[in-house]
Design a binder for this molecule. Structure first.
Ligand SMILES: CCCCCCCCCCC/C=C/C(=O)SCCNC(=O)CCNC(=O)[C@H](O)C(C)(C)COP(=O)(O)OP(=O)(O)OC[C@H]1O[C@@H](n2cnc3c(N)ncnc32)[C@H](O)[C@@H]1OP(=O)(O)O
Ligand SMILES: NC(=O)C1=CN([C@@H]2O[C@H](COP(=O)(O)OP(=O)(O)OC[C@H]3O[C@@H](n4cnc5c(N)ncnc54)[C@H](OP(=O)(O)O)[C@@H]3O)[C@@H](O)[C@H]2O)C=CC1
Length: 268
């Protein structure tokens, strides 16, 4: 199967009546998620710092789509809490997709305390603040949280100590909240995409490393944003009703690493 063979599987109205916040909805994976949730009938609030790209997502969805763009830096806890309350009071909340995230790539010795803090604030502290704010609304709807992580979160990677520390924290939080909030009917899961060729990774500086990463994927290709979007929609929908506390790596097997091959070159 190539990325072009991908077909969505959920029914047209699978998310009708849902209200979902998607952070980072103005680009890449977050935009694909927002568009898919809208197509499945959900109301989507797209969050990010740039109004222009968030609004472009709305235009791509079409005039009939129940979409609102909300400009907000997710690291501003007070602003994020107020935003969640506004959406929750107006429309309820059945889903929260914590997709906004990112990092610069550097060896640990080249990461200043402020650089570490910036990445941990974005990828861990902001996720806690928004998820905590969403809890009462998710309890009311028996809703779901999807946290965007990284395929190598349990394995390590070079140049990402700050980001991996933050994502490992999110994974631990995912499992803890799945336990704490399961009794309230709230499900919490993590997705670990492999290499996704979004504009963030498609520049010249990253191209050679990215090509190597993709070449090493057992299933031989990158992950598409649409594949991540379909899995996110599944986890929010009733089809995912018994899934919680999971890390699902959608990476063509890349998280398995370089194979130990006891049969030699031709044995794979
Ligand atoms: C198991 C195998 C599996 C293999 C297959 C899977 C592979 C998956 C690989 C995928 C990797 C992940 C990809 C993605 O995440 S794509 C999404 C990427 N998008 C981004 O990352 C967004 C870009 N990044 C940023 O916007 C910023 O870096 C960030 C938000 C993180 C910080 O922004 P902020 O505005 O807060 O930061 P400042 O510019 O004010 O700087 C703060 C301090 O950070 C220092 N800094 C910044 N850049 C660097 C750098 N390149 N090197 C070192 N330090 C840096 C900066 O100097 C500031 O510190 P000081 O004040 O002390 O100077
Ligand atoms: N691409 C890949 O290969 C992989 C990506 N991931 C993860 O998936 C997620 C999406 O990645 P991708 O789509 O590739 O990257 P993008 O850089 O395209 O998307 C990141 C989004 O997050 C938003 N964002 C960043 N900082 C903030 C902030 N402080 N407040 C609010 N919004 C913010 C950005 O919008 P704005 O700038 O307008 O604020 C942007 O829309 C990230 O968490 C990433 O680490 C995981 C595995 C692989």
């Amino acid at each position: 199967m190539t990325a072009a063979d991908f077909r969505p599987v959920l029914a047209q109205d699978a998310l009708s009546g849902h209200s979902v916040i998607v952070t980072g909805a103005g680009s890449g994976i977050g935009r694909a998620i927002a568009l898919r949730l809208l197509a499945l009938g959900a109301r989507v609030t797209g969050v990010g710092r740039r109004a222009e790209t968030l609004e472009e997502t709305g235009r791509m969805a079409g005039a009939d789509a129940a979409y609102a763009a909300e400009v907000c830096d997710v690291r501003e806890a007070d602003a994020v809490e107020a935003l969640v309350a506004r959406v929750g009071e107006a429309h309820g909340l059945t889903g929260l997709v914590n997709n906004a995230g990112g990092q610069f790539f550097a060896r640990a010795e080249d990461i200043s305390p402020r650089g570490w803090q910036a990445v941990v604030n974005l990828n861990l502290n902001a996720v806690f603040a928004i998820t905590r704010a969403a809890r009462p609304y998710l309890e009311a709807s028996r809703g779901a949280v999807v946290n965007m992580s990284l395929s190598p979160v349990e394995r390590g990677a070079i140049g990402m100590s700050h980001s991996l520390a933050a994502r490992a924290g999110v994974l631990a939080m995912t499992r803890a909240l799945a336990l704490e909030w399961g009794g309230q009917g709230i499900r919490v899961n993590c997705l670990g995409p492999g290499t996704v060729l979004t504009p963030a990774l498609a520049d010249e500086a990253h191209a050679p490393h990215v090509a190597k990463l993709v070449a090493g994927v057992p299933l031989g290709r990158a992950t598409s944003p649409e594949e991540v979007a379909e899995l996110t929609a599944f986890l929010i929908s009733p089809a995912g009703a018994l899934m919680t506390g999971q890390l699902i790596q959608i990476d063509g097997g890349a998280h398995l690493g370089v194979p130990v091959n006891m049969l030699g070159e031709d044995g794979a």
